[in-house]
Design a protein. Structure first.
Lengths: 413, 413
């Protein structure tokens, strides 16, 4: 489909939590301008749809080639992000404000990079546009380390985070095993509702009996007594026990393990101490078994580590950006870019398509139960067929004086 | 000095906390066998001097060339480690046991890789040997991410940990700055008594006013009220404030900040909650200022990350191992390998020497006060002249299926 107007301006936004490759997608979108000569301008909204009404756009065409290349390997979110939910009522003023601004800015397509919540924004804007016969196209591009979007084989951001988790756990296991004393190490990994990222700890094992010997996801109920029993048994056979847990593990009643301590712990200032799931397990094991215990939260390094990101992930994130541009040029709207693994033996290939964004928004794709062991304490090796291609290859940011160079906008000071 | 016996067997031990490069030193020692044909065997003690009396040595000559190369880029401690203090009483049975075993094993030199406490072990064994006219030589080889050994410009392990800290803080700052809401992020870095590693966060800044805007070391007294005042002021000018603190910061009375919460916090199981310094600051800022606050502990990843270690550090760690062998062959004992930066403009070079290990053991080299700002809240840029060479160059472990390959001994299961 040919665009017959004298301009085709694209506006890009980033939304939700940052990842190692959300800027790789932005890179892909900027590079698409070279591939499609209909495109007249590519602009960025600062701090997502929330910031768009308050701040001027930035002209991404002004980035030099070197800056654009830097973007590909820069973590965080170059354009800034937001956590903002559009109202259900399409009569709300905010819709009129956004569309007035888009028209004033001569925008023809909005590409929005984000996770489940951000796809809700794309769905609402495209619905409002359709109701009001707006020609502006709205395309969602997936991004989340949680890998919990439906209708796509995986999400950009997951591969790099999974690679970081697997490599870090493998290194921490070497560290945990140096002493000839019995000890337990608990590693808490991001994932409130879905265990995809925690499951990647399986790849850390160097041989079948290797640590981490226990892996717990939020897809099954966590049983404290059973865990203590297993740890006791394992400690009778080996010195070092390493356990990986998702932050969102819960008991059979659905109560989060990380909430167990809320009721009584207060600090000197009188407020409640919030302990993570790992900390709760640490305290319980120390109390009940009395061995040396340590808990580690991988925390925001999981989603911001670009120093050894997955080359596959970086490349796919850029390709998703390009596909988003191409869908917009085709005249599609209310669509999210999806990735489909081709069923080719021995060869990993991805086909990029689009799906109605309304199918995706506000849904969670859980980690499949068939890849969790019957006891709920381990991940089956079958999962590796799915995971392995996603963590292949190394992407390195350029280094300067021994440290990674990144592209950034200065904070106003 | 020529060794006139028909053997020169070296026994190596690793002791104290692991680093990214303690195995690089072991690699250097094994490679030294090629350089010095007097050496008849190189053996490893498992779990340091404590394990030596209980477990058979391993013959490091049995490692293949490929395995030896893998050792160079493997974190942890391949031989295992211990935390063990020899008694002050040289009449103690343990000394007689160790020397009887060394003689039975035909050991001519013991190389012990470790930090302050491990140097105490070297000092005591060489002193006992001297008193009892033993020909066995004892050499210490420095290792600690804390960089707190005296008589040496720096210690192997520090450069890689500092590079990891600087790169991680730089990435976390990008992450912390994505939202247009006021927020504080606290990053807690290892260092109970010395602030060298936390000071490396200075290198994370991309421009002078960049985050982290506050850096606190244990070398000065931490003033909570002053910190709160500064954070309030900073938040009036910028959205995101990132603070780096050493785990060992303390108030003017010497009380550790991380102990502030010990007295009252108890969890549901009735035991005290131990909160790190970062957590204490997080709670205090939330309570007093009421903004979004997050604290992150870099934890054991700081000392176990080999995926992008400092090439300078890895090379120097190996060179320290080689130097230890050469000192032993010269007939020295009770000596620790030291590194001396040559005063050559524009060119960083290190000369390797030895110093009496008794000068070093049980001493702590603090971060110099002249590199701390007058207010005690920042590090002066002068420090970068010292730090920059130590983090130069990248060392990468070989990759296999997207993850780093390491050399390991299997845990007995």
């Amino acid at each position: 489909m040919q665009n017959l107007k004298d301009h085709f301006n694209i506006l890009v936004g980033q939304s939700g939590g940052p990842t190692a490759v959300i800027n790789s997608t932005l890179y892909g979108i900027i590079k698409a301008k070279k591939a499609f000569d209909q495109i007249t301008g590519i602009y960025g909204m600062i701090n997502g749809i929330e910031g768009y009404l308050k701040k001027p756009m930035v002209d991404l065409g002004l980035l030099s080639d070197e800056e654009t290349e830097l973007l590909k390997t820069t973590p965080g979110a170059y354009l800034g992000s937001c956590r903002f939910k559009l109202p259900e009522d399409y009569q709300a003023q905010v819709y009129r404000d956004i569309f007035a601004r888009l028209e004033a800015d001569h925008i023809d397509a909005v590409l929005y990079i984000g996770g489940n919540d951000s796809m809700d924004t794309v769905a609402r804007l495209s619905e409002y546009g359709a109701r009001n016969h707006s020609p502006i196209r709205f395309i969602g591009i997936p991004k989340t380390i949680d890998n919990d979007l439906i209708e796509t084989d995986h999400t950009p951001g997951y591969g790099s985070a999974a690679k970081y988790v697997a490599a870090s756990v493998r290194q921490m296991v070497l560290d945990a095993e140096v002493y000839a004393v019995r000890s337990v190490t608990i590693i808490e990994i991001m994932g409130r509702n879905a265990g995809w990222l925690t499951a990647a700890a399986l790849a850390a094992r160097k041989y079948p009996e290797d640590n981490p010997v226990l892996i717990y996801l939020p897809e099954t109920d966590f049983d404290m007594a059973d865990m203590l029993h297993r740890v006791r048994d394992l400690l009778s056979k080996r010195n070092s026990v390493v356990i990986c847990v998702s932050e969102g593990i819960h008991d059979a009643s659905g109560r989060l393990i990380c909430n167990l301590e809320h009721s009584t712990g207060t600090d000197v200032f009188g407020h409640q101490l919030l302990a993570g799931a790992g900390k709760v397990l640490e305290n319980k094991i120390r109390e009940e078994i009395g061995v040396k215990v340590r808990s580690v939260e991988l925390n925001i390094t999981q989603r911001s580590s670009a120093v050894q990101a997955s080359f596959t992930d970086v490349s796919e994130a850029a390709a998703c950006g390009m596909k988003g541009v191409s869908l917009a040029l085709e005249g599609q709207s209310g669509v999210m870019v999806t990735m489909h693994r081709q069923d080719t033996p021995m060869l990993y290939t991805i086909e990029y398509r689009g799906t109605k964004v309304g199918n995706v928004s506000n849904q969670v794709r859980s980690f499949p139960l068939e890849w969790i062991s019957a006891e709920g304490t381990d991940i089956k090796i079958d999962f590796m067929n799915y995971l392995a291609p996603l963590i292949q290859g190394e992407s390195f940011p350029p280094m300067e004086n021994g440290l990674p160079r990144f592209l950034y906008r200065r904070q106003s000071v």
